[in-house]
Ligand binder design. Structure first.
Ligand SMILES: Cc1cc2nc3c(=O)[nH]c(=O)nc-3n(C[C@H](O)[C@H](O)[C@H](O)COP(=O)(O)OP(=O)(O)OC[C@H]3O[C@@H](n4cnc5c(N)ncnc54)[C@H](O)[C@@H]3O)c2cc1C
Ligand code: FES
Length: 261
């Protein structure tokens, strides 16, 4: 993990309120593992001390990128930054996804909205190709579909308004795929908490392992402030663990869903 001031290579609109930010970070890029995140200080922002966490989307040469949605004052200020301006980042952070075992596991990636950002490196580095289930409210919430298809993965799209792919929730095609056969399958998911909870339940019902990226609100991002904790089973008991350091990726069987927010 490094704290560095890095230069923006590009920061362009993807669809609607989603943007792609490419950063030149030659020392950080080679260290990045799938499912890890960067904690970004948006220097032009008045409360610049408070960093914002973003999954690392892609790595190319000495750069890495972030795929973000403009949802508030931090991401709005970020969306107005241009090439050659600077940001402060701490990265790579967190405990990411385990890469599927060669030949023995069929990965099923499940993503809602910007959750796709956490999945790309996993799809790229997995020795085994599988299915990507991507869901969103509208067509514009479906991100980087073609890039996953270009990696050779089978992409199944759902939208709640039916404007693209199958109408409904991302869990529908996931369920259908598991009903065809669950043996040897492993689920990886990132998205809203309701989706993660539903995916965790499906994994339990089909007795399939699932790794979930629990994107809780974060403050320090490095294990000090305890803002980001979730309840995790330990033997017969449970304890709060930090999503920024022990996570963001957790085995779904270990999450105490009754207590989790
Ligand atoms: C590990 C991790 C990875 C993430 N990866 C991505 C990513 O790849 N792309 C992306 O667009 N966003 C990602 N997020 C969410 C992102 O951090 C927030 O959207 C961002 O911090 C909002 O900052 P803001 O100042 O614009 O919003 P604010 O003005 O602070 O808040 C605006 C709205 O965003 C919500 N919000 C704030 N923080 C979070 C959060 N951590 N998670 C969900 N909603 C939040 C608030 O509740 C509020 O409704 C990730 C979060 C975590 C914890
Ligand atoms: S965000 Fe501070 S401990 Fe996790």
């Amino acid at each position: 993990m490094l704290e560095q001031t890095v230069q923006i290579v590009s920061n362009e609109r993807d669809t609607d309120s989603y943007f792609r930010l490419v950063l030149r970070a030659p020392q950080i890029a080679p260290l990045i593992q799938p499912g890890q995140f960067a904690h970004v200080r948006i220097l032009p922002l008045k409360d610049a001390l408070l960093r914002r966490p973003f999954s690392i989307f892609q790595v190319a040469g000495d750069t890495f990128s972030i795929l973000y949605k403009n949802v508030g004052k931090g991401t709005d200020a970020l969306s107005q930054m241009r090439a050659d301006e600077e940001l402060s980042v701490i990265a790579p952070l967190g405990h990411g996804f385990s890469v599927p075992k060669s030949g023995s596991e069929t990965p099923l990636l499940v993503a809602g909205g910007y959750g796709m950002a956490a999945m790309y490196l996993l799809a790229q580095r997995s020795p085994q190709k599988g299915f990507v289930f991507v869901g969103g409210r509208r067509h514009v919430d479906i991100l980087s579909e073609k890039e996953f298809a270009a990696l050779g993965w089978e992409v199944r799209v759902t939208t709640e308004d039916g404007s693209h792919g199958e109408k409904g929730l991302v869990t529908q095609p996931l369920l259908a795929e598991l009903k065809r056969g669950a043996s040897g399958k492993i689920i990886y998911a990132c998205g809203p908490m309701g989706m993660l909870k539903a995916v965790g339940k499906i994994a339990e019902d089909f007795n399939v392992p699932a790794e979930l990226s629990m994107d809780e609100h974060m403050c320090c991002g490095v294990g000090v402030c305890l803002t980001c904790v979730i309840p995790v089973k330990t033997g017969d008991s449970w304890e709060y663990q930090r999503t920024c350091t022990e996570g963001p990726v957790f085995d779904s069987r270990k999450i105490v869903w009754e207590i989790a927010r």
